[in-house]
Write a protein that binds this ligand. Structure first.
Ligand code: V47
Length: 446
């Protein structure tokens, strides 16, 4: 039996290979890709989860965020044929659908009347919709349901919109122009979809024809420069390997460093020269005494003039009905480990989300103890994956989410899309003034 070492109260480590990593986490130093490899290889998965929980508690105490939202997939007709995707159809193919602007509006109004704060609006790359169809979709929802935050269009759709609006050759300026038009029409933030895994080999094997990782990152950089926040996903457990996942995390981390570096400098938040590439990294997950103010302000406040990545969302691959049905997909332990490693590696992204639709609510409860602080939302309609043969209607109530969080030893907190706290009375809601009553996020380790 290997010696069990207690590095900090409650963190029992059996695998000596984890000791230097535990030291780094406790000191608030950045983990290298090699550290990530060790975290993937160690049999001591429980220690990995405990370390991720240290970071989670530093940032969020025992708070578990959720939101009341509705996903609207406006069409599954897609010019692409990614082999991992069971959602896409060709026009006229059985199961293909397109919602009209009025249908999208009605779904959004129904969601607002039921108390939703957010619409998550995405779809396939429709071959015939014109650019103004997308701006009309946003402005129509905004007019009919102004209280809703519109988190819409993955980076893949944004590049498609850039092409169909004849700005495909304008590079980053064209992306900014498209995003500015969408923002003007009501776009509030970008979802994290379409990232898959930033690796050209995996890209060419399973989603050739779709944008590559560098383009995905460019779109999010443009959104951040415009002051919009966004999320980042990582689809894993298909044709990629663990090394590619770690590189994906590192690329996100570098981009977030780049985004936050100036702001961190103005705030006196330490940038650490000890990142593996020697560049100054902005770590938000160190001990609170080392990093006062690790909670990021809203874009436009407290000297922060850009948007940023709010949350990392690891998405486990579902082989069913996809072109990669022969693959087994990741197991529960791999999902737990990947979530914990994402929390540890992405030391400058404030939130880690377990999308319960894909992870299941039961696994998500375990993940709240292994790095995750966000369960996503009430969702209602979800077309892209169906867990265990469930239908399109996948709904859980806010009570279900709250109960799941409490059972996991957390304090459930309803948030809006930008992680501001929500005060609710049935379908009516308003934002809580955090400056009046900041949430208790005391970083105790129990
Ligand atoms: O981009 C597609 C993935 C993503 C499969 O930003 C699959 O808050 C598993 O991005 N198995 C869409 N995954 C979902 C998404 C998302 C979800 C929740 C919240 C947010 C957010 C974003 O689903 C796609 C793709 O990467 N996907 N097919 C599949 N067979």
């Amino acid at each position: 039996m290997p010696e069990v070492v207690e590095t900090a109260p409650g963190i029992r480590i059996q695998d000596p290979a984890l000791h230097p990593i535990a030291e780094k986490v406790l000191d608030g130093r950045r983990l290298s890709l090699e550290d990530g490899n060790v975290l993937y290889r160690t049999p001591d998965i429980h220690a990995v989860c405990r370390l991720a929980d240290v970071v989670r508690r530093r940032l969020h105490g025992r708070l578990a965020y959720y939101n009341i939202n509705r996903h609207i997939n406006y069409s599954n007709v897609c010019a692409l044929s990614c082999s991992f995707c069971a959602f896409h159809r060709k026009r006229g193919q059985e199961g293909a659908y397109e919602m009209t602007v009025e249908e999208v509006r009605d779904a959004a109004v129904g969601a607002a009347e039921a108390g939703a704060t957010e619409i998550h609006l995405v779809g396939g790359l429709h071959p015939w919709f014109k650019f103004d169809h997308y701006t009309t979709m946003l402005s129509t929802i905004r007019e009919a349901a102004p209280s809703l935050h519109l988190k819409a269009f993955t980076a893949v759709e944004i590049v498609h919109l850039q092409r169909i609006s004849k700005r495909g050759r304008d590079g980053l300026a064209g992306t900014m122009a498209v995003l500015a038009d969408l923002h003007e029409a009501g776009l509030g933030s970008l979802p994290g979809g379409g990232a898959e895994v930033f690796d050209d080999r995996a890209h060419d094997t399973a989603w050739r024809g779709k944008i590559r990782g560098d383009q995905w990152l460019d779109v999010h950089r443009a959104a951040h420069e415009l002051g919009l926040n966004s999320n980042a996903t990582m689809l894993y457990g298909h044709v990629e390997g663990r090394r590619e996942r770690l590189v994906h995390m590192d690329l996100l981390r570098r981009q977030q460093d780049h985004t936050l570096r100036n702001w961190a400098g103005t705030q006196g938040i330490a940038t650490r020269p000890d990142t593996p590439d020697g560049e100054a990294g902005v770590l938000l997950t160190g001990p609170s005494d080392a990093y006062p103010g690790e909670r990021l302000p809203m874009p436009g406040q407290a000297g922060l003039d850009t948007g940023y990545f709010q949350t990392i969302i690891p998405l486990p691959f579902f082989p069913d009905e996809s072109g990669l049905e022969r693959l087994p997909g990741p197991t529960g332990m791999e999902n737990l480990r990947t979530l914990a490693i994402a929390r540890l590696m992405l030391d400058n992204i404030p939130h880690a989300k377990t999308f319960w639709i894909m992870q299941t609510l039961g696994m998500s409860q375990l993940m709240l103890d292994a790095g995750a602080d966000d369960l996503d939302g009430t969702v209602v309609w979800y077309d892209i994956t169906h867990v265990g043969g469930s239908g399109t209607h996948q709904e859980t109530t806010s009570n279900d989410l709250r109960r799941a969080a409490i059972e996991a030893g957390c304090i459930p907190v309803e948030r809006d899309t930008l992680y501001r706290r929500v005060k609710r009375n049935g379908a009516d809601w308003s934002l809580v003034d955090d400056s009046a009553a900041p949430p208790d996020v005391s970083p105790s380790i129990t």
